[in-house]
Design a binder for this molecule. Structure first.
Ligand code: HEM
Length: 546
């Protein structure tokens, strides 16, 4: 006992402010040095923006990257990308440097096979796949991405009635039916983040699980774990990352375990039902397989002989990264579009409402494919908001996978491990690509489409209809990257387009929404946008046409 007391005494004796400060300085220096030593080597001929390259500048880059990355990207774009040249965007706490390629090299970037430039490995590194996704296998072998690529777009029409039901139900539950009282909500935190998880999980796991509060809380907990691990790794030297990662990794494991207690029984039952039906059990003759991710996953794994992916625990694991890929992205997109529309002249919302009501009534008061595909103005208003309110500096991230490195079209040697990306924010505001990019022009992409649709069949035949149709929300190209581009472009974008159009249609038809005097401004931290807090007021209309 005496010995312990004396050891405590020695410890306290050394616990002075000077020593704590000294330890902190050593920690920061070690962090910095180890991160530089283990970082991929960038070609010496490529210019850097920010404070430039070199050890001292590296410290300054990390110090200022939080607040200056947006400006650095813009400077690099104007100085180098416009000349068809590559530049390096310095690292920011939490994320390494990125090689930013000009638009001319985009087709080269997306055409490279995965063993040369890999999306999967870029995501694995950027999201700390060793620790943040319950098990490394989750992102090392992203079978859920394969299942979504193969099934989601193909099954979308059949999913629409469920979505229609879920959107109406969740929006009405949140905003209520009171035609006198206004309800005031923050568009991202109080509205989208409440409704989007339920709608997305209706497609992933079906009802009633998609509305189970405990299940949803664990899904949200998991997505926050991933974000928290990224922030934690920003301040952790690489040599300590295995220790910190394993500790931080307990939280996603916990949320996986908790959510699987609710999802595994549903998956087990589904597997059993499918097997009964396939075995010709007469009781299952009229049984309809629910059209959701669980069925798609099981059916795909059966067809491909992936017995490991037929384990209910595997399927329940896959649902977590899909929630991560969809919830925040869709909520940010939806809340930004709402703010952009409400801060526009009031005739924009009126015109969107006129369109929504017209197509809804023409389709027999339901949101089906026919109605949604004719919401040209809504489609454009969301696409334009993705451009105007871009929420990340760069997209289309790829990691160099060749051990000896590769040569870019500019003749630059890109080392193994380098992350290459495209400058989305700068492309979205480039006046050479967009007329008056500083203006949110809700119908920028629909005017031409509506004009085309009014033409007679003979007149249409004389025009390039395909080109006009390619300005739709789901079409990616080298000047529109919010869903990425190429064969790894987001496979969820078709779902998102339908989901958001339905939600806005339902809102505009059934609720009055007060316009905003001005667009609340977001803040940028490092390479990402943080949505503004805002207050939007909704009130149930007395009648749909009122
Ligand atoms: C507005 C909402 C969304 C946005 C802005 C978005 C954006 C993106 C982006 C930028 C990528 C990377 C593409 C690339 O590197 O070229 C991506 C990939 C992906 N997204 Fe989305 N996403 C959204 C919603 C969804 C939804 C709802 C799902 C599915 C349920 C989904 C599933 C995926 C998957 C599986 C990938 C990986 C594709 C691959 O690597 O092959 N996303 N998404």
């Amino acid at each position: 006992m005496a010995a312990i007391q004396s050891e405590d005494g020695i410890f306290l004796q050394y616990l002075t402010w000077t020593n704590v400060f000294g330890a902190l300085v050593i920690y920061v220096v070690l962090n910095f040095v180890t991160n530089i030593v283990f970082a991929p080597k960038y070609p010496t001929t490529v210019p850097w923006v920010g404070h430039g390259k070199g050890y001292l500048n590296g410290v300054r880059n990390v110090r200022d990257g939080f607040t200056q990355s947006k400006q650095w990207m813009s400077e690099g774009y104007n100085q180098y990308s416009r000349q068809g040249k590559t530049f390096v965007l310095p690292p920011v706490l939490g994320a390494g440097a990125q090689i930013i390629i000009p638009r001319e090299q985009m087709s080269w970037l997306v055409d490279q096979p995965d063993h040369i430039l890999s999306t999967k490995d870029a995501h694995y590194d950027m999201l700390h796949g060793d620790y943040a996704f319950a098990t490394p296998k989750c992102l090392q072998d992203p079978y859920h991405e394969h299942v979504i690529h193969k099934n989601l777009a193909r099954n979308l029409i059949s999913v629409l009635p469920d979505l229609d039901d879920e959107v109406g139900r969740d929006v009405d539950e949140l905003l209520g039916f009171d035609t006198e009282k206004w309800v005031s909500l923050d568009p991202n935190n109080d509205f989208m983040m409440k409704v989007i998880p339920k709608i997305t999980n209706r497609m992933l796991v079906g009802e009633p699980l998609c509305r189970n509060d405990e299940y949803l809380a664990n899904m949200m907990g998991f997505t926050m774990d991933v974000i928290r691990t990224s922030i934690l790794f920003a301040i952790t030297p690489s040599f300590l990352q295995p220790i910190v990662g394993n500790i931080a990794g307990l939280a996603p494991k916990y949320h996986y375990w908790r959510s699987s207690r609710m999802s595994v029984p549903v998956i087990k039952q589904r597997l059993d039902d499918i097997q009964q039906k396939d075995a010709g059990n007469p009781e299952f003759k009229n049984w309809q397989e629910p059209n959701d991710y669980i069925t798609w996953h099981l059916r795909t794994a059966m067809a491909e002989g992936r017995t490991d992916e037929l384990q209910p625990s595997s399927v329940s694991l896959r649902i977590l990264p899909l929630n991560f890929a969809s919830i925040h992205t869709t909520s940010l997109t939806g809340s930004a579009a709402l703010l952009d529309i409400l801060a526009s002249p009031p005739d924009v919302a009126a015109s969107l409402r006129e369109e929504a009501l017209r197509v809804y009534n023409e389709s027999g008061q339901k949101w089906d494919k026919h109605a949604l595909s004719r919401m040209y103005r809504m489609d454009s208003a969301i696409r334009e908001s993705q451009r105007f309110s871009a929420f990340a500096l760069s997209f289309v991230h790829r990691k160099v996978m060749v051990k000896e490195g590769i040569t870019s079209p500019e003749g630059l040697h890109l080392a193994y491990g380098t992350i290459v990306a495209a400058p989305w924010l700068s492309l979205s505001t480039d006046e050479e690509l967009h007329h008056h990019p500083e203006v949110y022009d809700a119908f920028r992409f629909s005017r031409e489409r509506e004009r085309f649709e009014r033409l007679s069949p003979e007149e249409k035949a004389k025009e390039n209809g395909l080109k006009i149709k390619q300005s739709g929300l789901v079409t990616t190209n080298d000047r529109h990257l919010p869903f990425g581009h190429g064969r790894h472009a987001c496979p969820g974008r078709f779902f998102v387009a339908h989901e958001l159009k339905m939600m806005f249609g339902h809102l505009l038809i059934n609720y009055e929404i007060k316009p905003l005097k001005e667009r609340p401004q977001p803040t940028w931290i490092g390479r990402n946008q943080i949505p503004p807090t805002a207050s939007v007021e909704f009130r149930r209309r007395k009648t749909e046409s009122g």
